[in-house]
Design a protein around this ligand. Structure first.
Ligand SMILES: Nc1ncnc2c1ncn2[C@@H]1O[C@H](COP(=O)(O)OP(=O)(O)OP(=O)(O)O)[C@@H](O)[C@H]1O
Length: 245
């Protein structure tokens, strides 16, 4: 399979500090990385190594204290809140461990919400393809509390996919799911890349999940320490031991 060499996200010298003085924590210590477009990248690293902070900063949900983030051809760092919100809506999808669906809305309303917020017309045939591929056809009029965890996460995946963002960030998307439901979500993220040409970046603690990605970047103590191309789960588990899981 050929891959474009385009860069979807470029982060340079990211610094993030929480707190001040003795209580200061610095989860990102001049971290630089490039995320290739139309590929599936996993992010692994010990607990507290800065993975979630990195995702939030790359997705424009949190501002770094230093360095820059470029998504596509837009530099996020330095944008005011209004423009940042617009860029997030237009270019970025996010899948959270806790699904983050709007409880009062049906599955279909949740899926279409980003497109409605963007005030863009919805490509109904693409929505139909995604909904069917995700096995949600009979569930569209259910509200989140009427769905299983796996189904809720599939709605969240559909929501991230249908507005065709430049990049989908997924922060431990399988963390709350059992093995089967987790495998299904990974299949969908894989399909998003292979069938729809999406760029996906996923944080995970699970070497088996990361092995479904094309490549894995390893963080330790706020820095990028390794990039593994097409690693096996065994290689990832060994690499995690080395960085001090
Ligand atoms: N809002 C915050 N305020 C203060 N400290 C924070 C905040 N968010 C994260 N941290 C700290 O920054 C460090 C990195 O946290 P982060 O959540 O990015 O790590 P992680 O690699 O995602 O960890 P885990 O695998 O346990 O989820 C941790 O020491 C954490 O306590």
């Amino acid at each position: 399979m050929t891959h474009t060499s385009a860069v979807a996200v470029k982060a340079t010298d990211l610094i993030k500090t929480y707190g001040t003085g003795d209580a200061a924590v610095r989860p990102l210590k001049r971290l630089s990385l490039e995320i290739p477009a139309a590929r599936f990248t996993a992010v692994m690293g010990p607990s507290g190594s800065g993975k979630s902070t990195l995702m939030h900063v790359l997705a424009g949900l949190d501002a770094p204290d230093g360095g820059s983030v470029i998504v596509g051809d837009v530099e996020l760092t330095g944008l005011d809140d209004r423009r940042l919100t617009r860029v997030r809506r237009e270019r970025i999808g996010f899948i959270f461990q806790a699904y983050n669906l709007v409880p009062s809305m049906t599955a279909e309303e949740n899926i279409l919400l980003p497109s409605r917020l963007r005030r863009t017309s919805v490509d109904r045939s693409f929505v139909g393809v995604v909904v069917e591929r995700l096995g949600l056809t009979g569930r569209l009029h259910h509200r989140p509390f009427e769905l299983s965890g796996g189904q809720q996460q599939r709605v969240a995946v559909a929501r991230a996919l249908v507005s065709r963002p430049d990049v989908i960030f997924a922060d431990e998307p399988t963390g709350n799911l059992d093995q089967a439901a987790g495998a299904e979500v990974l299949d969908l993220l894989r399909a998003a890349v292979d069938e729809f040409g999406q760029t996906v970046i996923m944080v995970t603690h699970d070497a088996g999940a990361a092995a479904r990605a094309d490549r894995t970047v390893l963080l330790a103590d706020g820095r990028l320490v390794d990039t593994l191309e097409a690693p096996t789960a065994e290689q990832l588990a060994a690499a995690m031991i080395e960085v001090g899981r």
